[in-house]
Design a protein around this ligand. Structure first.
Ligand code: ADP
Length: 606
């Protein structure tokens, strides 16, 4: 579907080039060619040739202070400087030389006048006219309004290839696919909808975290409907010059309307569609572009076959004018895949690689909880790369498991040498987590424990897996999770009676969790169901902003500390009660460096 159209250059380009060539020829080449034929000689040679009557034509150029002359055959031109010589004219006459007006062709006065006066004026007037016409059409909103065609080359053909992507290539995301298949059906058979009087939404907004397949879904809609796919990223519209983005929008829609039915996809629409808040020094270019987009969307009637899909991971920042009915009136959430979705996505991507029969995707999918489609694609690829590194012809289960760890924690550090003591501390730390998790019934079972340092800086980690999908978490589960997070430090305290820096990440996570429980989940007795914090960035890291008084903040801090402290004490208690197992397991891990959840449970239940 890739179409390549060469941008047409305006006629003025050709005029300018021809004029430049003519000028170069006139001013440089001609005189140079003429100069080359002239032989410069001394005045004595000239005198000698005069006396010997060997001069044919002669031209005395007072202005240039030189004499140009030829031999009697007139096939060689000479030049010499003038010297004070009163009898020269008579002598030349006596020698039979012919006084000529012109030996070397010089530019005629008319040509000189044209070149030095008329031509520059014509060029300047031409350029002025051209510019004013461009600016006029820009002001009146003409279709090709650009300054000097700088945006013109970008007014390229926006049709992109949808790369033959079909709905079957997008795994999971069944709800989104169902929603979008209606659009495909409409593009195939618009008559059916017109008959009833139903109109398709003009715009559909795909919202969700990065890498969940929004772009893929848009391509799949075009692929399924077999219509052209126009694609552009929001940031591509925003240019340095105000008005250029708007003209790109116009161009895009003009092309799209010509090719209808078609799909127009605008990726990262928040780049242009952000709320217009009358801030001083706001972004004029962005606002103009957005206005143009709004106008274009209003401008075409429904049912003309142009469907606009847009993707964003910051839906809350979009301008309400953009999301109102009649513009992007349908919102399709494209969320992180659930367990089944992850398994399907892994399978789709695994089609491209050779697999060992032992591979069990459900285990991998369970291990990769919280991973997006893009991350899962990456995991499969990392596994294939690992297989190549190890000179195997197929990907095994362990390749996939290892690549999850690579994606989560980075590569194994080959030459990080821990001292014996450090290794021991790390082993106790990790077993501390695992033991606290295992002893609390509501915590997810341990999948793997390792104390091999990783490039991310982790010296070891305990991987827990959820058995199934988890949509809700109870207060007890959350508290247990905090206890598990504090388990590492608790083990260090019990065994070594000291603390190390290894727990910084645990502390961060535990605090974040405890804070959310109190400020957002209403799990604090004192605050009841009052939100003290709101999430501002749902799909991108979930940043929060506090919305309470300073006193309440102090109270929140106090409660967070208390909550974490309580769970920390619980972890210490659990470990003290199981001190024997703690030592045994830590020794075993110290020995083996990596143990599976099964080995762990075997020792624990012995
Ligand atoms: P987004 O636009 O949501 O950021 P993309 O559609 O660009 O994400 O996805 C990036 C890559 O991740 C795709 O090229 C694809 O390989 C993979 N991917 C993401 N989601 C899925 C999915 N649901 N099924 C299959 N592959 C997926």
């Amino acid at each position: 579907m890739q179409e390549v159209k060469k941008p047409r250059k305006p006629l003025i380009y050709y005029y300018v080039i021809v004029i430049i060539i003519l000028l170069l020829f006139n001013f440089l080449v001609m005189p140079w060619a003429a100069e080359r034929q002239i032989k410069e000689v001394g005045y004595d040679t000239f005198m000698k040739m005069t006396d010997e009557k060997k001069i044919g034509l002669v031209q005395i150029d007072q202005q240039e202070n030189e004499i140009v002359f030829t031999n009697t055959d007139e096939d060689q031109v000479y030049k010499t400087g003038m010297v004070e010589d009163p009898g020269l004219t008579q002598r030349l006459f006596d020698s039979g030389a012919k006084f000529s007006g012109q030996i070397v062709e010089q530019a005629s006065p008319l040509l000189t006048f044209i070149l030095s006066w008329v031509l520059p004026i014509v060029i300047f007037v031409g350029i002025g006219q051209y510019m004013s016409r461009k600016l006029m059409s820009k002001a009146s909103g003409g279709p090709n309004s650009m300054i000097f065609g700088m945006g013109k080359s970008n007014a390229k053909v926006y049709v992109k290839s949808s790369e033959g992507i079909r709905f079957s290539d997008v795994a999971g995301e069944d709800e989104a696919k169902e929603n979008l298949s209606e659009i495909v059906d409409y593009l195939h058979n618009p008559g059916k909808y017109k008959e009833v009087g139903a109109s398709m939404p003009k715009g559909v907004l795909l919202v969700g975290p990065p890498g969940t397949g929004k772009t893929m879904l848009a391509k799949a809609v075009a692929g399924e409907a077999n219509v052209p796919f126009f694609s552009m990223s929001g940031s591509e519209f925003v240019e340095m010059f105000v008005g250029m983005g708007a003209s790109k929008v116009r161009d895009l829609f003009k092309q799209a309307k010509e090719k209808a039915p078609c799909i127009v996809f605008i990726d990262e629409i928040d780049a242009i569609g952000q709320k217009r808040d009358g801030r001083v020094g706001g972004n004029d270019e962005r606002e103009q572009t957005l206005n143009q987009l709004l106008t274009e969307m209003d401008g075409f009637e429904t049912n003309n076959g142009v469907i606009i899909l847009a993707a964003t991971n910051r839906p809350e920042s979009l301008d309400p004018a953009l999301t109102r009915p009649g513009r992007f009136d349908r919102r399709v959430p494209v969320e992180l895949p659930d367990l089944k979705g992850r398994e399907d996505i892994l399978k789709v991507h695994a089609k491209k690689v050779k697999l060992d029969e032992s591979v069990d995707f459900s285990v991998i999918a369970r291990m990769a909880s919280g991973a997006s489609g893009a991350e899962l694609a990456n995991i499969v690829n990392e596994a294939a790369l690992r297989a190549v590194r190890e000179n195997r012809k197929y990907v095994t289960q362990s390749d996939l498991e290892e690549s999850i760890e690579v994606v989560i924690a980075g590569y194994q550090k080959k030459n990080a040498i821990l001292t014996d003591k450090e290794k021991k501390v790390v082993a106790y730390h990790e077993i501390g987590h695992a033991l606290v998790a295992a002893k609390q019934t509501n915590s997810a079972p341990v999948q793997k424990i390792t104390i091999v340092p990783r490039t991310s800086g982790a010296l070891g980690y305990t991987m827990q897996v959820d058995e199934g999908n988890h949509y809700l978490m109870s207060q007890e589960e959350l508290e247990n999770k905090i206890a598990t997070l504090t388990g590492g430090r608790a083990a260090e305290e019990i065994v070594f009676h000291s603390s190390s820096t290894g727990a910084s990440n645990d502390i961060e996570q535990a605090t974040k969790l405890a804070r959310s429980m109190i400020t957002r989940y209403g799990m604090s007795k004192d605050f009841d169901m009052v939100a003290m914090e709101t999430v501002t960035n749902q799909y991108l890291g979930g940043d929060t902003s506090l919305s309470c008084s300073a006193e309440t903040q102090a109270e929140i801090d106090r409660q967070v500390v208390e909550l974490v402290k309580r769970q920390h004490q619980k972890a210490v208690r659990i470990l003290e009660e199981n001190r024997g197992k703690l030592d045994e397991l830590a020794d075993y891990l110290y020995e083996k460096e990596t143990i599976t959840g099964e080995e762990f449970m075997n020792i624990l239940n012995k």
